[in-house]
Design a binder for this molecule. Structure first.
Ligand code: ZN
Length: 278
């Protein structure tokens, strides 16, 4: 399934059209996206039986984050070998975990304000939790994931490093966490262990890597995070970015007003954001 947030209401996307979940289910699920994750197994079981009569066209401008109200947002630093290498830093022994505060989450095509001189990009696979996960084994971890989406972990590098090793503030300006274009459930991902991440700034391809370069795989992240803290339905995990960010380019490159950042991950789709004046 493809689960979309259209104007704040949960929809299924079917053949390029959208089905309002609350209407199709007679009010049993939705309209909020979070309500789907709160009872995800029942939602997945029920959805195939709903009438498709209510399918309607939609505009991509209406899309919001498919997981807009997480109780927790986890983000992982230095989780690709290539990125750790370009940063000149050793590969972490445990996931280098910070947060993007939930207010930073945005829709897949929303503009991103240039909040400083050193705004950088990081394409990332975003995983959304489908049921409470506490002390989950790596072998079982995929069973706790509702699906995957494309995310951008926008980072104002000066603010990020001004706070020492506490990255969260520089990554949490309004709009710094676009996710989408929708959530793709795992049954529609042909190889969840090998996704292809790409990012362009205007016409320049800046990131291009397989997720097999991850230091900690998505199941490993679920296991290690849930060993410490319960993960709740609808929680969001930014799983790290591959090589090719601006701060380590020679010379360093940062985003300018008018730049368009386009991020694609295999079957998960494409998001894009125009950089705007704050
Ligand atoms: Zn990141």
């Amino acid at each position: 399934m493809k689960i979309a947030n259209i104007s704040g209401r949960a929809h299924l996307l079917i053949d390029g059209q959208a089905l309002d979940v609350a209407e199709a289910s007679g009010g049993e699920f939705g309209p909020s996206l979070q309500s789907l994750y709160d009872d995800f197994a029942a939602f997945v079981a029920a959805a195939p039986s709903w009438s498709r009569d209510g399918l309607t066209a939609f505009s991509t401008n209406e899309l919001g984050s498919p997981a807009p109200q997480p109780r927790q947002v986890f983000a992982i630093g230095l989780n690709y070998h290539g990125h750790a290498e370009e940063a000149g830093l050793p590969v972490p022994q445990v996931p280098a975990t910070f947060t993007k505060f939930p207010s930073s989450l945005g829709g897949p095509f929303e503009p991103v304000p240039r909040m400083g001189e050193t705004l950088d990009w990081e394409v990332e696979i975003v995983a959304v939790i489908s049921r409470e996960a506490y002390r989950v084994s790596e072998a079982d971890a995929w069973g706790y994931i509702a699906g995957l989406a494309v995310g951008q972990d926008y980072s104002e590098r000066t603010m990020q490093f001004a706070a020492g090793s506490q990255f969260s503030l520089g990554k949490s300006y309004l709009g710094f966490g676009p996710v989408g274009p929708w959530l793709t459930t795992l049954d529609e991902v042909s190889d969840r262990d090998n996704l292809h991440l790409e990012c362009w700034i205007n016409e320049d391809k800046v990131q291009d890597a397989p997720s097999t370069d991850m230091v900690f795989s998505i199941p490993s992240l679920i296991a290690q995070l849930s060993a410490v803290t319960p993960l709740w339905p609808g929680d969001v995990i930014f799983t790290g970015t591959p090589a090719g960010v601006g701060i380590t380019a020679q010379p360093a490159r940062f985003l300018q007003v008018g730049d368009v950042v386009r991020s694609t991950i295999g079957e998960l789709g494409t998001i894009h954001n125009t950089i705007v004046a704050p």
